[in-house]
Design a protein around this ligand. Structure first.
Ligand code: GLA
Length: 416
């Protein structure tokens, strides 16, 4: 469940004061308020595998979405955002909540509200203020962090008994409300992350395997500055890939050499070796389906190999797997872009063990693995060769950061 945590340093801070001040401004006073937070994530390896039931390997990061909220005794949700880009949103909880316009941030709140309502029945609402520092539409899962924070606020407000795995599955399904046929990685790691650890996550049923990140491994996250919102422009490509994967599997399973009992990707990689799968695939499939299936099955194998490499403190192998993953996402899955390729090349040229795009791709961030002695050179090279001469909103620290493996979502204990 959600044991209250001690206040994180950043909440004993201007951010909490700003949240409280906004709450008072909109709702009169802050008596009886509670605070939940849900982190973003960086996926270290295993992208575009989760919706096929294959494993992923993310960690939660230090950036999060927080909601200071108070119960209201009706079914209304009223949420403000400390970021003026996001106008206040309100709606009534129910089993069929009509969406806002496509791409509107309120749809993530509605997604959480509808999912929790459908699973747990009639609910009390909340007044709240949202404050987030996960870069938006950057492949760091700001949207799922918002869905999880809102879902958790409703769980706490209504005193719902559920496990974090149940909630992760419910909210992953619920987030499809915004129209992208997503898998369950982002919600699972936002709820289940732990300090100093990455997790191999398997699906159906959801299972998380903790993997300590060696203390001198640093994952640098670098934004391409190309926005790729899954609720907007990236949605069609994302959904096209999920469809192509289903078509590729159907065509593969029709091949006479494939045993009849295989009914999905997980059974496929559990039954045939990678070599056997690829040998049949070249006979059974044509491009682009051949490339999509090849990425899917090789990426699943890379997840297993990468976790083993992390467990034995072998950054060379982990890095090589990351770079192979990037090439596969670029060449077989067609979800990279020139800017992400450039970030990967700069990282590799300046001493990273490996680098790849992270998340859905088409923009967003790259992630690079360094040891303590290569962190500064890689950061310096990225600053100089990528960010100098480009314009970006806010501070460079919002676009280029060393990710800290962090705790998952929680109810934060507030000083009275
Ligand atoms: C998005 C989705 C995830 C996953 C990744 C790609 O983040 O929300 O479920 O599919 O893309 O790995």
């Amino acid at each position: 469940m959600y044991p209250p945590t001690t206040p994180e340093q950043h909440f004993a801070s201007p951010r909490l004061r700003a949240l409280r001040a906004e709450f008072v401004r909109h709702f009169g006073d802050s008596a009886g308020t509670r605070l939940v937070r849900a982190p973003g994530r960086v996926n270290l390896i295993g992208d575009h595998t989760d919706y096929n039931g294959l494993p992923v390997f993310p960690m939660a990061i230090q950036r999060d979405m927080a909601i200071l909220f108070r119960l209201r005794f009706d079914g209304e949700i009223r949420l403000h955002n400390t970021d003026p880009h996001f106008a206040p949103r309100r709606f009534h909880l129910g089993p069929e909540i009509a969406p806002e316009a496509q791409g509107d941030w309120g749809n993530y709140l509605r997604a959480a509200g509808q999912a929790i309502f459908r699973a747990h029945g009639s609910l009390l609402g909340i007044d709240g203020v949202v404050s987030g520092d996960v870069p938006v539409a950057s492949g760091l899962s700001s949207s799922s962090a918002l869905v999880v924070a809102c879902g958790l606020a409703l769980v706490v407000a209504n005193d719902i008994k559920t496990s974090s795995e149940e909630l992760a599955v419910l909210l992953a399904e619920g987030e499809r409300y915004v129209g992208a046929e997503i898998g369950g990685m982002d919600q699972a790691i936002s709820l289940g992350g732990q300090r100093n650890a990455a997790f191999r996550i398997d699906f159906n049923p959801l299972r998380l395997q903790r993997t300590p990140v060696p203390p001198d491994w640093t994952f640098i996250v670098a934004s391409s500055l190309v926005r790729a919102p899954k609720s907007g422009s990236a949605r069609n490509v994302y959904n096209a890939r999920t469809r192509e994967c289903r078509e590729a599997l159907d065509a593969f399973l029709d091949h006479p050499k494939v045993p009849g009992e295989i009914d999905g990707y997980e059974a496929l990689v559990g039954t045939l070796s990678l070599g056997e799968i690829l040998a049949v695939a070249v006979q059974a499939l044509q491009n682009p389906l051949l490339k999509r299936l090849r990425h899917t099955v090789t990426e699943a194998a890379r997840v297993a190999d990468a976790r083993a490499a992390m467990l034995r403190d072998d950054p060379e192998t982990f890095g090589q797997l990351m770079t192979s993953s990037h090439r596969s996402l670029r060449d077989d899955y067609d979800v990279s872009c020139p800017e992400l390729d450039e970030l990967v090349e700069i990282s590799l040229d300046s001493g990273a063990y490996g680098a790849r795009l992270t998340g859905a791709g088409l923009g967003g961030c790259a992630v690079a693995l360094c040891r303590s002695d290569s962190v500064e050179p890689v950061l310096a090279a990225l600053r100089r060769h990528y960010y100098e001469g480009r314009t970006y909103e806010g501070a460079l620290d919002d676009h280029l950061l060393a990710a800290q493996p962090s705790d998952g979502a929680s109810l934060v204990e507030l000083e009275p």
